[in-house]
Design a protein around this ligand. Structure first.
Ligand SMILES: [Mg+2]
Length: 181
């Protein structure tokens, strides 16, 4: 596929890459523990001296970076980490700097019960085909996107106990293939 026609892959961090509800004693296969200190995490501990802020601990699977880069998509961070994913997540997975959806606000309520990301990421995609990978996407989000986005779109729910799995990569590949079939 020529580069400019590739669909976007709008990628969440907490859930798909970081299985934050995995059992503490049951780290999923392939994951390794990491400690990071993004600015939003330091801000949550405002008032504590820098040296006393505990690191944010998370598990990541380093094989996800190469697997994501091999997909026929243009990768985009679509996460409450905003551009900080470039500094703290991308390098651990071997991902290059990526564009990120920058939110005017986050975690707000929605009159139609949509996820706080749904309307903004759809506008951000500006008519390009996209797949949105998130542990919080729900059927009403999928329906809204189908009704309001002028290009093909796929939503892929990922279980935050496990993170992205082989079947998810297969589904993304199959969907991208269906665009050019
Ligand atoms: Mg998430």
């Amino acid at each position: 596929m020529p580069h400019h026609t590739r669909p976007l892959l709008l990628l969440d961090v907490d859930g798909p890459l970081s299985p934050y509800t995995a059992e503490p004693d049951g780290r999923p296969e392939g994951y390794r523990p990491y400690e990071v200190m993004p600015a939003f995490w330091r801000a949550r501990h405002r008032g504590r001296p820098d040296g006393e802020v505990p690191p944010l601990r998370l598990w990541l699977d380093p094989s996800h970076g190469p697997a994501l880069r091999a997909l026929p998509f243009d990768l985009v961070w679509c996460t409450a980490w905003r551009g900080e994913a470039d500094a703290w997540i991308g390098p651990l997975l071997g991902l290059p700097p990526l564009p990120s959806v920058d939110w005017p606000r986050m975690h707000q309520g929605d009159p139609d019960g949509l996820h706080w990301k749904t309307r903004h990421l759809t506008a951000w995609a500006a008519g390009r085909p996209f797949a949105w990978v998130d542990d919080e996407v729900e059927p009403q989000d999928t329906a809204w996107i189908a009704a309001h986005h002028p290009a093909p779109a796929m939503t892929l729910w990922v279980d935050h106990r496990f993170g992205l799995r082989a079947a998810d990569f297969a589904a993304l590949t199959a969907w991208a293939g269906s665009l050019t079939a």
